[in-house]
Design a protein around this ligand. Structure first.
Ligand code: BGC
Length: 823
């Protein structure tokens, strides 16, 4: 193992307990010593380190839970059970793969694309529970991935009959029983919610098994808090739809996650922000003060238990219900304590800007705060707070004038029935006054100066300009673009900018967010470098096995003259990082990525991913942080700080925006109101950008209200650059020909239309894309866009987009500017 791997794994192991959320505890844990233990469940040996797809990371080794416990000295009494379960799981997997191939053939879609990220439901089984010991642990595991969504069925969101049966038997049989959840998203725990000890272990990367053993033995302690509401499947709202291949309607508007549950009075099993530890805390608010629009809450946190621990102080605000309806409360700020020893107290201050809580007022086309009382609540979960102050705003304040950037979604958002119910008077708490003048913010930002970069591109030929705005595809005859491992320079990196312009270096782009994804083993022969093991492994590689010719950068039957390794560190998944609620730690994880980017020569990391958990069914939720935009945006900004502290390295926040499902992702349209978009789905991006300018941003595959995000100049020029002052590079998500279909209601995005709209880099690029650009440059004046409902019309659309040399130069100049900044 290389020194960087050893160092980075040590940081991850020491810190991942902060991601673990103790959902239920009766004080039976931690254990005092590593004795005899009965270990069961799918995740015991087949521990899942993270989700699949582009977010998968190739570490040298993953310490499973079984291995971690044995490393720590436990004697496992259930080896025969684990062996027998292995056989059940292996047979089940063979059937699953065969079935996927059969269904892909029926649908006429290449199996790797059809099956990518498909959830393999946990199998039913019947094996005797013969283990003995001081305690028992049952590990439920689930895996999902890019390309497909989860399902509300047994073995995925719902527990299997076998899991429920065994968990219940073990809970009754053992005095000390721990249910462990090695999952990337919500599982409906209602059938086992009476179990006294439940740990959401999550998916924590390469050292997950060791970190679990540390916690089980009290060498460390869990201090995570839920970043998304966990409850019974049927309690999640179904106001809007989810997973439709064509049209998904976000009719629930702003009532997502706890904003919904708290507003309609449904008590979830485990609320947003909730998490126990090995100890207990008391939070006492000491003072609330204001400085113009900044409100600060100072609290004293006392450890009232017997173990060390960390607590998260959460501040929520209930805005007045005026002309605009408001959810019961929204998270306004938070702070995690350092370690507090038993009996000690730490003071923390949470500061937030009231202006950041502004709502979109469609009538005024502005972000406003309505006059009235803003109730400040402080606590340790969304359902465990106390009112500590009231901020009074005497008149309605226009915080910013904005633009309407989305078309009408065609429906009116859901409004909570509790809207306009009278609020209690909070006379006993301090009052703070804020004036409208304190809240006003500048309306627009200065444009970036492109003069130098424009000089550079003005002498380039049309052909060269087209290359500049496309990802590099090496061999210029390559007609088909390649899925997430298109770099010819760094094998397994997702792509790179062009190498076709003399004197202009290429930027290397590699995936995340759970670390840096590269091909782990690379060979070299007279023709160049190639992957000995592919960067995209797992199910995707299995489904590719008997597929057409190997893609560039993938395993090929070549004999290396020389070989080398590119192992990187698998970090906790995005949701687990958010569960730490620790921005300093998030920055530290960013620093690990930044260091590995330097080591391997990656310039832009294709992460973090700040889409929200709109539905628990989204197959990529594990990559995303939370159902809350503040937590998501601040986590991403912290990670960006860690990465970008390394000169020449940048993050790429993705997928902008409303990419909240995987179903038919290149062709699906999210219908959402401007208000819900601005307060939730665009907001996490806005927070990241305003807090810490990320060098890159990736648009999403989907359309919003009929327009591809990558083809929307309203989103890219007006909102992103003009309103938010974004100064980095905008690239598309990887528009891969073999993933696109011509029989869909909406077409896929095309190069000429994206470049025209202000998305300057079309990825990963291929010769067909360049031909599309050249055609647009030479065909005249028809407008881009327009819905295409068939392959024929898709082609028609490509012909209709016109591009001027000036438009192309501007986008090319933007790329030159970023290349110069990073190289
Ligand atoms: C994913 C992106 C990823 C890209 C490059 C796409 O399929 O949606 O998140 O960064 O591939 O691998």
């Amino acid at each position: 193992m290389n020194q960087y791997e050893i160092d980075h794994l040590a940081v991850v192991r020491a810190n991942t307990p902060e991601s673990m959320v103790f959902l239920k505890s009766d004080g039976s844990f931690p254990l005092s010593h590593p004795g005899r233990l009965a270990l069961y469940g799918a995740g015991a040996r087949r521990t899942v380190k993270g989700g699949s797809g582009s977010g998968d990371v190739n570490s040298r080794h993953v310490v499973t839970i079984e291995e971690g416990l044995e490393n720590a000295g436990f004697v496992l009494t259930t080896k025969p059970w684990l062996d027998a379960y292995d056989d059940v799981a292996a047979a089940h997997h063979r059937r699953f793969v065969a079935d996927l191939k059969r269904r892909a053939a029926q649908a006429g879609i290449p199996a790797p694309e059809f099956g990518m990220g498909a959830v393999e439901a946990a199998p039913e089984y019947d094996l005797p529970l013969a283990g003995t010991g001081d305690a028992a642990v049952y590990v439920v595991s689930r895996e999902s991935g890019e390309g497909n969504d989860r399902v509300a069925q047994r073995g995925d969101v719902l527990l299997t009959h076998s899991e429920i049966r065994d968990i219940q038997v073990l809970a009754a049989q053992f005095e000390r029983f721990l249910l462990v959840l090695n999952v990337g998203g919500v599982v409906d725990l209602s059938p086992v919610s009476h179990v006294p000890n439940i740990l959401l272990l999550s998916q924590l990367g390469a050292s997950i098994g060791d970190a679990f053993a540390d916690v089980l033995l009290g060498r460390s302690y869990p201090s995570g808090k839920l970043s998304t509401t966990w409850t019974a499947w049927e309690d999640y709202p179904s106001i809007g739809n989810f997973g439709d291949p064509d049209d998904t309607y976000y009719r629930e508007g702003i009532y997502v996650g706890y904003r919904y549950f708290d507003s309609v009075g449904v008590a979830p099993l485990f609320p947003f922000g909730f998490g126990l530890g090995y100890t207990t805390f008391d939070v006492e608010v000491r003072a609330v003060s204001s400085d113009h629009s900044l409100v600060s809450v100072q609290a004293a946190v006392t450890n009232t238990g017997e173990h060390a621990g960390k607590e998260v102080v959460q501040v929520y605000v209930s805005a007045p219900n005026g002309r605009l309806d408001q959810p019961h409360q929204v998270l306004a700020g938070f702070a995690k304590t350092d370690e507090i020893s038993a009996g000690s107290t730490e003071r923390v201050t949470v500061t937030f800007d009231l202006a950041d809580l502004a709502s979109y007022d469609a009538a005024a086309v502005a972000m406003v705060l309505e006059a009235g009382e803003y109730v400040i609540r402080v606590g340790t979960s969304s359902r465990d707070t106390e009112v500590c102050a009231v901020v009074e705003l005497s008149e309605t304040a226009t915080v910013r004038r904005v633009h309407q950037v989305l078309a009408d979604p065609g429906f009116t958002d859901f409004t909570s029935p509790q809207y306009a119910a009278p609020r209690p008077a909070y006379n006993q708490v301090p009052r703070v006054l804020v004036t409208a003048a304190d809240l006003r913010r500048a309306d627009a930002c200065e444009p970036v100066d492109l003069a130098d970069a424009l000089d550079h591109v003005s002498g380039l030929s049309d052909d060269e300009l087209c290359h500049l705005v496309l990802g590099d595809y090496g061999d210029s005859a390559m007609k088909q673009s390649v899925i997430g491992q298109a770099s010819q320079t760094l094998i397994g990196a997702a792509g790179q900018t062009t190498t076709a312009i003399p004197g202009l270096p290429s930027l290397i782009l590699a995936d995340g967010p759970a670390g840096l994804r590269l091909a782990p083993e690379v060979g070299e022969d007279a023709d160049g470098r190639f992957a000995l093991r592919p960067a995209l492994g797992g199910l995707y590689a299995e489904l590719r096995e008997d597929d057409a010719p190997a893609q560039a950068g993938e395993t090929a039957p070549r004999r290396p003259q020389r070989s080398y390794e590119q192992y990187t560190t698998a970090l906790p998944i995005g949701t687990a990082i958010a569960q730490t609620w620790n921005l300093t730690l998030a920055e530290k994880l960013g620093d690990i990525v930044g260091a590995e980017m330097e080591h391997f020569g990656v310039h832009l990391w294709l992460a973090p991913a700040v889409n929200l958990h709109r539905s628990i069914l989204c197959g990529r939720n594990f990559e995303y942080f939370s159902e809350d935009p503040l937590l998501s945006g601040q986590m991403a900004a912290a990670i960006a700080r860690g990465v970008q502290a390394h000169p020449g390295r940048g993050v790429t926040i993705k997928h902008f925006a409303c990419n909240n499902q995987e179903a038919n992702r290149l062709h699906s349209c999210s219908h959402v109101s401007e208000r819900a978009a601005r307060e939730l789905y665009l907001r996490s991006f806005e927070i990241t950008i305003r807090t810490d300018q990320p060098h890159g941003l990736m648009t999403s595959y989907n359309l919003i209200n009929g327009v591809h995000t990558s083809e929307s100049s309203a989103l890219l020029e007006t909102l992103l650059r003009q309103e938010w002052g974004y100064k980095g590079l905008v690239m598309t998500d990887w528009v891969i020909d073999s993933m696109a279909r011509t029989d869909q209601r909406y077409p896929r995005a095309i190069a000429a239309a994206t470049i025209k709209a202000g998305n300057e880099l079309f990825m990963p690029g291929c010769e067909n894309d360049r031909q599309n650009l050249l055609a647009a440059l030479h065909t005249g004046n028809a407008a881009p866009g327009g819905k295409a409902h068939s392959g024929e019309e898709q082609r028609g659309k490509e012909q209709r987009v016109s591009l001027t040399r000036e438009e192309l130069e501007k986008q090319a100049a933007r790329i030159v500017r970023i290349v110069r900044r990073l190289r």
